[in-house]
Design a protein around this ligand. Structure first.
Ligand code: S3P
Length: 181
């Protein structure tokens, strides 16, 4: 049974933005893991990094992934580093269809600069040269992002087009795959 869709990918690839329309099309719930973590911690992601470091954030993130993995009929937008822990990857895989949203580093930077979530909200992208940080961190994580069931390049697509393509892939793969090993 595949009754979850997990959105993975680097910051600024549109995971948060896609979760809601995708869930609405399926009549499912949507969940944004960073928001769940902030609610449960009573602090912002930046605040958690500042007080407890990345390690503290990753512990909370793994708890949030495990909680989300218990749910049915849910689209989960993860944070860009949620794929780093093997425990998270296997929790996503148990019942989930995993979708990786891709974008070029320059697209990512301009989205983070122009959108609601600023570069300053991303503790790991601080420093004088965020583009180089994005290139390096993304390259390091790429083998993990590449484990997704379906990958979509979002640079030149509208949010509607992305929603439709992900839905089509989900329906096609989970029907064709139903009952198979
Ligand atoms: C992180 C990405 C962020 C957030 C945290 C760590 C990462 O989420 O979880 O700042 O390690 O890439 P977004 O992908 O929504 O920016």
């Amino acid at each position: 049974m595949t009754d979850q869709i997990w959105l993975i990918g680097f910051s600024g690839t549109g995971k948060t933005r896609l979760a809601r329309p995708l869930a609405a099309a399926l009549n499912w719930a949507s969940l944004d893991l960073d928001k769940v973590i902030e609610r449960e911690a009573g602090d912002t992601v930046a605040g958690i990094f500042a007080s407890g470091g990345e390690g503290a954030f990753r512990v909370l993130e793994t708890q949030a992934v495990e909680e989300a993995a218990q749910r049915s009929n849910v689209v989960v937008a993860t944070g860009g580093g949620a794929v780093l822990a093997e425990a998270n990857r296997s929790a996503m895989r148990r019942r989930g269809f995993i979708v990786c949203l891709e974008a070029r580093p320059d697209t990512i930077l301009s989205r983070l600069r122009g959108g609601s979530g600023a570069v300053s909200d991303r503790p790991l992208l601080q420093g004088h040269d965020p583009l180089s940080r994005i290139v390096a961190m993304k390259a390091e994580r790429q083998p993990l992002y590449d484990q997704a069931d379906f990958t979509i390049d979002t640079d030149d697509l509208t949010p509607d087009e992305i929603t439709h393509r992900v839905l089509a892939a989900f329906r096609e793969r989970t029907t064709v795959g139903a009952g198979g090993a």
